[in-house]
Write a new protein. Structure first.
Length: 174
């Protein structure tokens, strides 16, 4: 089995930016799971949509099913890579058994910074429409942090520069 470096954490923690640069620096291929899902969805449905649109159109259960299938496909690659997961990927129980076999790194940043980054693009599809955005964010943050901390033994703060976060990851991986 090929072992991958997998970045987990809340939406807008910097997983994709860090993953792309980390992969370049250590000579590995990079996969952004959200981008891979969008490609698979477009090929299957002959329509290009982003993950937010897919979740709104198909619903959370269909979205998580698509995500699970795409994750399995990426993890089957015969070479080691760096993979940035969507914030909710580790929450889906079926994904946890797949993830535990790899090097998981929890990318985080201060809660208020992540909330501000998220809200720049408006209310995300995974926030409850029945709650105030901050209430929804705080509830989901609390639920997900428990899962992220349980799955990952490595945690890297991304409140500084991407270069600093990558330096920390590289020292952890040695």
């Amino acid at each position: 089995m090929t072992k991958h470096i997998i970045l987990i954490g809340f939406k807008n923690a910097g997983k994709s930016a860090i993953g792309k640069e980390l992969a370049k620096q250590i000579g590995k291929k990079f996969f952004d799971l959200d981008e891979e899902m969008e490609k698979v969805y477009a090929a299957k449905n002959k329509i290009k949509m982003n993950c937010r649109q897919i979740m709104l159109k198909e619903g959370q259960q269909a979205f998580r099913s698509l995500e699970h299938g795409v994750l399995k496909g990426v993890l089957k690659k015969p070479f080691s890579s760096v993979i940035a997961l969507g914030g909710g990927t580790p929450i889906y129980e079926k994904n946890n058994s797949l993830l535990k076999k790899h090097s998981l790194i929890h990318i985080t940043a201060p809660r208020n910074i992540i909330y501000e980054r998220i809200m720049v693009n408006g209310r995300p599809a995974f926030f409850s429409p029945d709650e105030h955005p901050l209430t929804s964010f705080n509830r989901i943050w609390k639920e997900r942090q428990i899962v992220y901390n349980k799955l990952s033994k490595m945690k890297v703060d991304n409140s500084g520069s991407i270069k600093n976060a990558i330096g920390k990851i590289k020292s952890i991986l040695k």
